[in-house]
Design a protein around this ligand. Structure first.
Ligand code: FAD
Length: 318
């Protein structure tokens, strides 16, 4: 079922979460072990991230290094299919622009359509780790707006090869990303929201936000979106903090602020891993309760395939 249908039919706030494919070489059971403790809370959908290639340098033993592209977490499409077969829950693959030509994107979308995947989260994707900025694939998309355009074309039966006879339209429900604290490349939030509006005007169906730890930022963000006539469902992304190290890691990777109260509470207990984990759970639980009051369609947790903290929160709420 489409995410928008889940939302329309829901009588209360939905529960959903995001997982990462396991590292190459690990079994799919390691992934199921992270999902299973959360199934009793009846997730409406599960997102599966996409990870593009990274470059590693192999020592050739003769003083030379060979640059090699490796994908450490392949398997997004297969995982979505496995989740839908095993748990009968909608899986949402993340589709990125980076590393794909438009033909490869089209083929991937055809596979997803044949597998019965009805929802996708359309993203630009991050830069390759060793590259300072995002570089589009030659013949690929530059921005998520371009990818959304291709998805909408396919939903109208328009494929890249315009000589196809009566091509079957796809029917993807399209989610997009947004950033209550703005995307790090955008010069300001207004400029960023201009492109978010473009994504929706092109035909995207719903929004999932970057994680945030201060609900006020989300409330302000939703208000501004509505003022700009962005009227699709906005799903907040939440992550329970699990270690003191994340006080510096999360702002660096995700370009977000952490509230002073949370930081000082974690710093007081920085040597006690369990206490920090519990602070993270309580903070996220409080955020979740307030967001339900606000009327969000779903609480979407970045479980990062580690379910313990999300399980504790879900047990209190769902
Ligand atoms: P875009 O919407 O393309 O925006 C990128 C920047 O360009 C923004 O500053 C925007 O304001 C601007 N912009 C947008 N459209 C245009 C345009 N037409 N012309 C000019 N400027 C424009 N990354 C992964 O690699 N894999 C994942 O699975 C993944 N999952 C994610 C899930 C969520 C919920 C979120 C919030 C992020 C996720 N990311 C993932 C990270 C995301 O790919 C990065 O944040 C990336 O830098 C931007 O992606 P985007 O889709 O928001 O990009």
């Amino acid at each position: 079922m489409k995410i928008t249908e889940h939302i329309e039919r829901a009588e209360k706030t939905l529960f959903s979460f995001e997982i990462l494919p396991p590292l190459k070489g690990q079994s799919i059971q390691s992934l199921f072990n992270g999902i299973e403790p959360l199934m009793e809370f009846k997730p409406a959908f599960i997102d599966v991230t996409y990870h593009r290639e990274e470059y590693i340098y192999k020592n050739m033993g003769n003083g030379l290094l060979r640059k090699q592209a490796v994908r450490k977490r392949p398997g997004t499409v297969g995982i979505c299919s496995a989740i839908m077969n095993r748990y009968h829950v909608d899986a949402v693959p993340h589709i990125i622009c980076g590393g794909f030509t438009t033909e490869e994107t089209e083929d991937a979308l055809i596979d997803l359509n044949f597998l019965g995947v009805e929802n996708v989260l359309a993203l630009r994707g991050d830069a390759i780790k060793s590259e300072p900025t995002f570089i589009p694939e030659p013949g690929g998309h530059h921005y998520s707006t371009d990818l959304i355009g291709q998805l909408i074309d396919m939903n109208h039966g328009k494929y890249l090869d315009d000589s196809l006879q009566h091509p079957a339209p796809t029917d993807f429900c399209i989610g997009v990303a947004a950033y209550p604290e703005k995307h790090f490349e955008a010069p300001n939030l207004t400029e960023d929201l201009k492109y978010l509006k473009k994504k929706i005007d092109l035909g995207a169906d719903y929004i999932v936000t970057q994680m945030f730890f201060d609900n006020q930022k989300f409330f302000d963000f939703v208000k501004t979106c509505r003022e700009m006539d962005i009227n699709v469902p906005i799903i907040p992304g939440l992550k329970p903090l699990v270690s003191a190290k994340q006080l510096t890691v999360l702002p660096r990777i995700f370009h977000i602020d952490l509230p002073e109260d949370l930081v000082s509470e974690v710093e007081k207990h920085a040597d006690d891993k369990e206490a920090v984990r519990q602070i993270g759970v309580e903070w996220c639980l409080q955020q979740s309760k307030e967001l339900i009051e606000f009327g969000v369609p779903s609480l979407h947790y970045y479980s990062m395939s580690r379910s313990t903290s999300v399980q504790k929160i879900a047990a209190e709420i769902f």
